[in-house]
Design a protein around this ligand. Structure first.
Ligand SMILES: N[C@@H](CCC(=O)N[C@@H](CS)C(=O)NCC(=O)O)C(=O)O
Length: 226
């Protein structure tokens, strides 16, 4: 019997993927949140990248194994419990992995968006993000990304869409206007229990505070909106 500890940060979107997949697969884990601005020594000693999520896996013999990279952790959680969140067909599976990677790239664009120092950089990120959302809208089958089964691509995009909820609530900004299918997928994801439980009830307030303190163009817009 394995014991899993997910080393996390309360705002980290990559951690949410691992939490969503674990919940979907009925896998129990202990969650330990750390402060990424003052990383504990024990974390730095075991983490090759210094990033969350990190999964500590204690196997049946008591030996600890360290897994890092959210996409790898999500696939591991998928593989250790019955049912599959990736398609069986190799081509479809490869395609889904590519869209998980696309979700990671979208999270990186979002980080660039909320950290953009000026209006020009901010505007460029808005355009880049709109293009990405149009791409994923065209690739999405419905009701979930790959069709009838909730999968790893759904788990990867749920944290992306959670940011959109915050941008809408705080700035009245709609980055997916006109993309009807994507809008429905997003709402379906928001009401999924695994997605809801991947963050704490304090998440929206913490994220708003984080965005306000970036010293970025978005921080200034949030200051004006307050
Ligand atoms: N490619 C990594 C990205 C993880 C990542 O960027 N985590 C952020 C928090 S959301 C982090 O730990 N940042 C701390 C740092 O870079 O020092 C993954 O998918 O797990």
């Amino acid at each position: 019997m394995m014991h899993l500890t997910l080393v996390s940060h309360h705002l980290c979107p990559y951690v949410q993927r691992a939490a969503i997949v674990s919940h979907e697969k009925g896998i129990d884990f202990t969650r330990v949140d750390i402060d990424l601005s003052a990383k504990p020594d024990w974390f730095l000693a075991i983490s090759p990248t210094g990033k969350t999520p990190l999964l500590r896996v204690r196997d049946g013999e008591g030996t600890e194994h360290i897994l890092f990279e959210s996409a790898v952790i999500a696939e591991f959680c998928d593989e250790i419990a019955p049912g599959r969140m990736l398609p069986d067909d190799p081509l479809a599976r490869a395609r889904h992995r590519a869209w998980v990677e696309f979700a990671s790239g979208t999270l990186a664009e979002i980080a660039g968006f909320y950290a953009a120092p000026d209006a020009a950089g901010y505007g460029a990120k808005v355009e880049a993000l709109r293009l990405r959302f149009a791409r994923v809208d065209a690739a999405h089958a419905g009701p979930w990304f790959g069709g009838e089964r909730f999968g790893l691509v759904d788990a990867a995009f749920a944290p992306v869409f959670r940011y959109l909820d915050a941008f809408e609530a705080l700035l009245g900004m709609d980055l997916v206007c006109g993309l009807e299918m994507l809008g429905e997928w997003r709402m379906r994801l928001a009401s999924r229990p695994s997605v809801q439980s991947a963050v704490s009830p304090e998440y929206p307030a913490r994220l708003a505070e984080f965005l306000r303190r970036r010293g970025s163009h978005m921080s200034r817009l949030l200051g004006q909106a307050a």
